[in-house]
Design a protein around this ligand. Structure first.
Ligand SMILES: Cc1cc2nc3c(=O)[nH]c(=O)nc-3n(C[C@H](O)[C@H](O)[C@H](O)COP(=O)(O)OP(=O)(O)OC[C@H]3O[C@@H](n4cnc5c(N)ncnc54)[C@H](O)[C@@H]3O)c2cc1C
Length: 465
């Protein structure tokens, strides 16, 4: 019996399917396209996402193929005005980011799903209708086939059909300015880092970003100026001329090939609720955040991992259905934080008014001489959200909703259940919480948390291994 129908086989749908499979739950994924995405799209995968992938036993190919990086440098015209080294300690298991084309990420997730034996992926299967009642969900494909399951996940992306089918809409803001996003195949002997030029002589008034990807691929993004027509700017000849000018200015004369091009406009949009009865929204179907700070794909993977374990526990009768109420609460709070951070980055990268542009340029000018202004240029790259106000956070405030430290498996297991007592035996201290292995948890269902913790040998604040 299929427990969960997933609409959309992009990275978020596949991640949700894998998360369910790892806890023994079968799913069926309906994907409109015939295979993984075209074009590199999201290329920066955060440490947080790598941790989630590791938890699902899928991180190895990402690390083998991806290019790890820690450094970010920003230039104003031709002067270096900001340099950041993202936190990376010798015992960290993962770098702060890896760069990897989204088609590789989707392939690796697809392969892990298929290897699990619990995920049935149907390509060329566009969902055209959806219905649900108190007991089940039903989807109808474009070819007329119908399928039923207990639950459904809508991971069908920014233009979600599922949102339209159930009549919910994203709310928030859309920005006017466009970016051209292109991938070029070129051999440049530079390290992997995030490089940004504000108002470079090669592209006056604009902002240009360059990122190295595997297979000698380079991402080049540049902002269109207010008077430029987006359709004209997407013409291949126009893109070639712009990129050539920037490479010339950098003194790079290696031959190159334009591989992919796309137009991007920033949005800060979210659904009010990520759940509608037995249907859950995840990834771009639930929210759209600007790409600056790389929270699009990364936050979608976090949605999928969050939802998958909760659904799996409810389906296995290992948790009460009320647990599912925490999905919107946690992930919408994360989305609002992402929107707040990404909005600041967007205003800086792409000032929405002449007033903002004046302040931004003043900061960049001042930062040349005065280090105090350099922090305002911080690109605010994505990090883990702290679920401080989660309804399932019974831990003392210092611990509540904190991500686990990034330590190697040998020192620290990656699969935990937070086991919380309803109340503390001592009213002066918070109720205790233990992190234990899911196997111990499932074996102990029915026992009260304190005796379960004692029976597996944890007696105080501690990590189960
Ligand atoms: C040019 C570009 C650059 C980006 N750069 C970054 C970046 O650097 N970092 C970052 O974090 N994010 C970035 N993003 C965003 C990132 O690509 C998305 O956030 C991510 O793809 C969202 O994944 P998803 O699975 O939610 O949606 P999608 O990847 O859009 O997948 C949705 C899937 O659903 C399928 N589908 C749609 N309708 C139906 C239907 N009715 N039935 C069945 N299947 C259906 C689609 O075919 C698609 O495969 C970028 C996006 C773009 C376009």
């Amino acid at each position: 019996v299929t427990s969960v129908i997933i609409v959309g086989g992009g990275p978020v749908g596949l991640m949700a399917a894998l998360g369910l499979a790892r806890l023994g739950i079968k799913s069926i994924v309906f994907e409109a396209d015939q295979t993984v995405c075209e074009g590199s799209r999201a290329i920066c995968i955060s440490r947080r996402s790598l941790q989630l992938l590791a938890r699902l036993g899928a991180v190895e190919p990402f690390l083998e193929k991806g290019l790890g990086w820690t450094d970010a440098r920003s230039f104003y015209r031709d002067t270096l005005v900001f340099q950041l080294q993202l936190p990376s300690r010798s015992h960290d298991r993962f770098p702060p980011f890896i760069n990897l084309q989204q088609y590789y990420a989707e392939r690796f997730l697809r392969d892990a799903c298929l290897a699990s034996g619990l995920v049935d992926i149907r390509w060329c299967a566009r969902v055209a209708a959806f219905a649900q009642d108190a007991a089940a969900v039903r989807v109808t494909l474009e070819n007329g086939d119908t399928h039923e399951a207990d639950w459904a996940i809508a991971a069908d992306g920014a233009r979600s059909t599922m949102r339209d089918l159930v009549g919910v809409t994203l709310k928030g803001e859309s920005y006017e300015r466009h970016y051209v996003i292109a991938d070029i195949d070129i051999a440049i002997d530079w390290p992997t880092e995030r490089k940004v030029w504000f108002d470079p002589p090669s592209c006056p008034g604009s902002t240009v970003i360059m990122h190295k990807q595997p297979d000698s691929m380079w991402r080049v993004d540049y902002q269109l100026l207010g008077h430029e027509n987006a359709d004209d700017a997407l013409q291949e000849s126009e893109i070639r001329a712009r990129i050539a000018a920037h490479l010339d200015w950098l003194g790079i004369c290696a031959p190159w090939r334009l591989v992919w091009k796309s137009l991007y406009r920033a949005h800060t949009l979210t659904l009010d609720d990520y759940r509608l009865g037995r249907l859950f929204f995840a990834g771009d179907a639930a929210h759209l955040v600007p790409i600056f700070g790389v929270r699009g794909l990364n936050s979608g993977l976090d949605d999928a991992a969050n939802l998958a374990w909760k659904l799996a526990f409810v389906i296995a009768n290992a948790a009460k259905p009320e647990l599912l109420g925490s999905y919107t609460q946690e992930r919408r709070a994360a989305c609002l934080e992402n929107i707040a951070q990404a909005t600041k980055s967007t205003w800086f990268m792409s000032p929405p008014t002449s007033g903002f542009a004046m302040v931004r340029d003043a900061v960049l000018n001042l930062a040349i001489e005065n280090p105090a202004f350099r922090d305002l240029i911080n690109p605010r790259q994505a990090g883990a959200h702290v679920y401080a106000s989660s309804a399932i956070g019974a831990a003392p405030p210092a611990w509540r909703g904190q991500p686990l430290p990034d330590l190697p498996d040998a020192q620290f297991g990656f699969q935990f259940v937070a086991l919380a007592a309803d109340q503390s035996p001592d009213p002066k201290v918070d109720a205790p919480v233990w992190l234990i292995r899911p196997d111990d948890y499932i074996a102990g269902i029915g026992q009260d948390p304190i005796s379960l913790a004692q029976s597996i040998g944890v007696t105080d604040w501690t990590y189960g291994s």
